[in-house]
Design a protein around this ligand. Structure first.
Ligand code: FAD
Ligand code: UDP
Length: 375
């Protein structure tokens, strides 16, 4: 064994990165690849952020923070991540439990025919939507988006209850962008996502994160809040991926984030549900249940599922897109921009309802900017 060169070990870190989720890990990898020394810390006992996966006691691969399905239209993002994982093609399908039936969501031709006992063609269902759609001047809210496309009845059955449960708000109180995530279709396509690239990391997310963070220039410190070590570990620049309001000690008050409680169960059966996720818009306190083996492709004689119970308090999972929150975020954003030597990136730090691929794209863009600025 050779002894460590003391001049090397004494060198301060170029970057301290807070959070080992997608935002932090992608930046750590990119910066390490150009010779920067990076310390990445997370207060949780694992890497991967909310995308972390692990085998449960039964040996089933689960997502402890809820089902994570990778999908993107960005070739750049897909090719970037492909350096760190192989993939298993997977197209997610979701059924909604409505009026005693399990019906495809996004609403498509089959949803309408089965719900109403009809036998419409694609052309006819388009006419049907046009006949029930409500006239909305300017589409501003999550209610407007849906009623202006598919009318009040489908809105009430599929969106109103789910949204009130998930957000603790009526759809009329949320930006249009929230329910606009779920399209309406006149064909029989029953895939939840329509993106060009839809696949799961072949050996799981955690393995992919291990590969991202495997560079010798990267040191990983878990179970550590950055505030405990920030002043002990000299560094030239800080990258922060936690909640932006917490960074500034909630100076302007708390930014609302929606939380979830996860109820994980393992059953002595090969399979419990016909698809990866079943939504319950109108019954129960949970919004949905997901069965991991559909998503991961794992074969096992038992099966593990997770129920999601929305909560106001708890770990922050979702920014809440509505005008008053955007106003409050703007004040924090101004503080963030004025903060020298700190870069804010990721879903919680930029208060954006981003999917994983969007966070990767944001992190890659941030890297290019940091390189340009030579910080
Ligand atoms: P995070 O993953 O939240 O990472 C931030 C990290 O910072 C955390 O690990 C946290 O512990 C750490 N941290 C915070 N504060 C501190 C501190 N003070 N000190 C140290 N560490 C700190 N996206 C998809 O594309 N497809 C999906 O199917 C999908 N499903 C989802 C399901 C659920 C239930 C949820 C909640 C999200 C889902 N997402 C999905 C979104 C996805 O989780 C995020 O886009 C992505 O994980 C965000 O990455 P991030 O690095 O910005 O944040
Ligand atoms: N939504 C709904 N009914 C559904 C599915 C979604 O009302 O069956 C609404 C709800 O407001 C939800 C939003 O659409 O929060 C976005 O759904 P998505 O499945 O993208 O949510 P996520 O996976 O991010 O929790």
């Amino acid at each position: 064994m050779t002894e460590a060169d003391p001049s090397q070990t004494a060198r301060p870190f170029d970057y301290l990165i807070v959070g080992a989720g997608f935002a932090g890990s992608v930046l750590a990898e990119r910066l390490a690849s150009v010779g920067k020394r990076v310390l990445i810390v997370d207060r949780r006992p694992h890497i991967g952020g909310n995308a972390y996966d692990a085998y449960d006691d039964a040996g089933v691969l689960i997502h402890p923070y809820g089902p994570h399905i990778f999908h993107t239209n960005s070739r750049d993002v897909f090719e970037y991540l492909s350096q760190f994982t192989e993939w298993r093609p997977y197209q997610h399908r979701v059924l909604a439990s409505v009026d005693g039936q399990l019906l495809p969501i996004p609403i498509n031709l089959d949803t309408v025919n089965r719900l109403y006992g009809l036998n419409l063609t694609s052309f006819q269902v388009e006419e049907f939507f046009a006949s029930v759609a409500e006239k909305v001047g300017q589409v501003r809210t999550s209610e407007d988006v849906v009623v202006s496309k598919v009318g009040r009845d489908l809105y009430n059955k599929f969106f109103r209850g789910y949204t009130r449960k998930q957000w603790g708000l009526d759809p009329s109180e949320l930006d249009a962008s929230v329910t606009a995530r779920v399209p309406t279709r006149t064909n029989r396509d029953d895939r939840y996502f329509a993106d060009t690239f839809q696949a799961m990391p072949l050996h799981g997310y955690t393995r992919m994160f291990q590969n991202l963070l495997g560079h010798p220039n990267i040191k990983v410190m878990l179970n550590t809040d950055y505030r405990e070590i920030r002043h002990l570990m000299p560094h030239s620049h800080l990258i922060y991926t936690g909640p932006v309001d917490a960074f500034f000690d909630h100076r302007y008050g708390k930014l609302p984030y929606r939380s979830l409680e996860f109820r994980h169960e393992t059953h002595d059966a090969e399979q419990l549900f016909p698809v990866g996720t079943v939504n319950f818009p109108n019954d129960y306190a949970y919004t949905r249940v997901s069965e991991f083996k559909h998503i991961t492709g794992q074969r096992h004689h038992r099966t593990s599922v997770v129920y999601e119970y929305p909560q106001a308090e708890g770990d922050p999972y979702y920014p809440v897109p509505r005008p008053e929150n955007a106003e409050l975020y703007k004040k924090y954003e101004a503080l963030a921009e004025a903060e020298s030597g700190v870069t804010f990136v990721g879903r919680l730090a930029t208060y954006r309802y981003y999917n994983m691929d969007q966070v990767v794209a944001q992190a890659l863009a941030t890297f290019r900017r940091l390189q340009g600025e030579k910080v």
